[in-house]
Design a protein around this ligand. Structure first.
Ligand SMILES: Nc1ncnc2c1ncn2[C@@H]1O[C@H](COP(=O)(O)OP(=O)(O)OP(=O)(O)O)[C@@H](O)[C@H]1O
Length: 229
């Protein structure tokens, strides 16, 4: 379980978020500039909050009280970036294998590289380079790399935004079953209400750094409003 309570001052507002996430998908919805990426970066260790704490399965990743701030590589937090950030000079298999690090425990130890490639349906692309595969396939490769690092939490920043409509519909179903199979919390950032409703077991809406809506289910109610259920 992830427990978060952070405060981070930004130039135009203060990000102030308190939430817990079980082994489920939390969708974070909100307009551009609301602080969604900043929140993910605080969780992954790429940015440092000013106050609060972040606790993942009982491990303190950040605490302003005990002055703890684990570096990203020690957090066991996977991050799939909006543009997937694959290494262009490495094949699909090499990119995915980059996630495997010696001595780490977790699902990556049990489930090997080839099983993950198989699960994500990219085995036949193992020898290709990122420039030779589609957007959806690049996304799967980035997911494979993130999962093979054995994360206890997976962060996905607009994971479907680079995909066309049809691929998006397919991949979002796959993402949901992947989370069920992997059994760790996923936090997924999106602008898209429909996507949040489909993917999120729970949804929060972030505006100017504050949670302005929480719901178990999102219903479209007029122009993009969030009905807290
Ligand atoms: N390191 C930083 N230093 C200064 N300002 C920052 C920093 N990171 C983010 N900001 C500012 O904080 C606000 C929140 O940005 P953030 O990228 O978190 O929003 P977002 O909700 O992810 O937006 P988008 O959906 O457009 O990606 C913005 O006003 C941004 O300009």
């Amino acid at each position: 379980m992830l427990a978060v309570n952070v405060v981070k001052r930004l130039p135009v507002f203060t990000l102030q978020v308190e939430l817990t996430v079980e082994n489920e998908i939390l969708a974070v919805l909100g307009p551009s500039g609301a602080g969604k990426t900043t929140l993910l970066q605080c969780l992954s260790g790429l940015q440092r909050p000013q106050q609060g704490e972040i606790i993942l399965n009982g491990r303190v990743l950040y605490s302003s009280v005990s002055r703890t701030n684990l570096p990203p590589r020690c957090r066991r937090v996977g991050y799939v970036f909006q543009d997937y950030a694959l290494f262009p000079h490495m094949t699909v298999e090499q990119n995915a294998a980059y996630g495997i690090t010696g001595g780490r425990t977790g699902r990556a130890g049990e489930v090997g590289l080839h099983e993950v490639l198989e699960m994500l349906q990219i085995t036949h692309l193992a020898g290709r380079y990122p420039g030779q595969i589609s957007g959806g396939e690049r996304q799967r490769t980035a997911l494979a790399r993130a999962l093979l690092a054995g994360p206890e939490l997976l962060l996905l920043d607009e994971p479907l935004s680079a995909l066309d409509h049809e691929t998006r519909l397919k991949v979002r179903g796959d993402l949901k079953s992947l989370q069920r199979r992997w059994g760790i919390p996923f936090i997924l950032v999106t602008h898209d209400l429909d996507e949040a409703a489909f993917l999120g077991d729970r949804v929060i809406k972030l505006e100017r750094g504050r949670v302005t809506g929480r719901g178990g289910a999102v219903k479209q109610h007029g122009e993009g409003s969030l009905v807290v259920g």
